[in-house]
Structures are given as structure tokens and as C-alpha cells.
Design a protein around this ligand. Structure first.
Ligand code: ADP
Ligand code: MG
Length: 145
């Protein structure tokens, strides 16, 4: 699926919808350059999952865990792997247990750990196109595996 996001709200609302549809065990991989809106997407997605806390990039912790407050009580594992040196660091924070666990995992910069991604995940790429304006983003959602 391909979406044209014309402003931050479009991205937030699309992500929120995907969060509302999320199920335990889902893994969402966010791919795109610095400043395209991965964290904003994560905030909308988290809202859809039922998270009421403020969600920010877990820059110094690799992963931040949240729990939804609606009936589903879904856990959300929000990763930002930008500063990862090698995949072993991911194991140290419990990556495998989390992605194969009973929560939903959302991974910013997932392309940096492509060697340890599961066989099945939802890939979300976000790209700018300055010809279409400063706030334009193309968002492509693909089911892998
Ligand atoms: P990333 O996590 O990819 O580095 P952020 O989500 O932190 O990016 O920042 C994205 C920035 O781009 C925000 O300041 C946001 O307001 C801005 N922005 C402008 N237009 C859009 C859009 N269509 N979708 C998402 N973010 C947008
Ligand atoms: Mg970010």
C-alpha cells in the first residue's frame, strides 16, 4: 500500500490506524532517513495501540517498553537502533524475546539490523520528495514474508 502524506497529521493518523489494527506478535520496521517522520509515525502508532504516555525516540536506551490502556492491554516495544554497532547489542537488550513475544514491536532504522529481522514483518518506508513540497512524504507499507 502506498500513501501520500501531505503533513505531519496525515502521517500520525495513518500510523494510528495501523496501531489500532495491530496484534500481539506484530513487528513493524520503519525505514527512512533522519527527519522523515519515523518517530512521529511511532507516536501515532503508539496512540493507536492504546498507549497514553508520551512516546519519544528511545535514543539512549535502544528500546522503550509501553503498555496500552485499552481492553487489549497490548505491550509496545519501541526500538531505535540507529546507534547499534552490531547485532549482539540487540540480544543484550532482549530483542529476540521481545519480537517473538506477546507485544507489538516497532523498530526505527530497522534496515541497520536487517540480518536479525524475523521472516515476517510489516515494512514501512517513509521518503521525502522535495518536488512535492517540504512536508510531503511517500509512505509505503509492505507485508514481508
Ligand atoms: P525521524 O524519527 O525519522 O528522524 P521525526 O519524526 O523525529 O523524524 O521528525 C520528523 C519531522 O518532520 C517532524 O518535525 C515533523 O513535524 C516533520 N514533518 C513535516 N511533514 C511531515 C510529514 N508529512 N510526515 C511526518 N513528519 C513530517
Ligand atoms: Mg526518530
Amino acid at each position: 500500500m502506498e500513501y501520500d502524506s501531505l503533513n505531519p497529521d496525515d502521517t500520525y493518523e495513518l500510523a494510528k490506524k495501523l496501531g489500532q489494527q495491530a496484534k500481539a506478535g506484530d513487528v513493524i520496521c520503519l525505514i527512512g532517513d533522519l527527519g522523515v517522520g519515523k518517530t512521529l509515525f511511532s507516536q501515532g502508532f503508539a496512540r493507536g495501540v492504546g498507549i497514553e504516555e508520551y512516546v519519544n525516540s528511545p535514543t539512549f536506551t535502544i528500546v522503550q517498553e509501553y503498555e496500552g490502556t485499552d481492553d487489549r492491554r497490548l505491550k509496545l516495544y519501541h526500538f531505535d537502533v540507529y546507534r547499534i554497532e552490531d547485532s549482539e547489542e540487540m540480544e543484550e537488550v532482549g530483542f529476540t524475546d521481545m519480537i517473538y513475544g506477546d507485544g507489538v514491536s516497532l523498530i526505527e532504522w530497522a534496515d541497520m539490523i536487517s540480518d536479525i529481522l524475523p521472516d515476517k514483518y510489516t515494512k514501512v518506508t517513509i521518503e521525502k520528495n522535495l518536488e512535492k513540497g517540504f512536508d510531503y512524504r511517500k509512505i509505503v507499507v509492505t507485508e514481508i514474508g
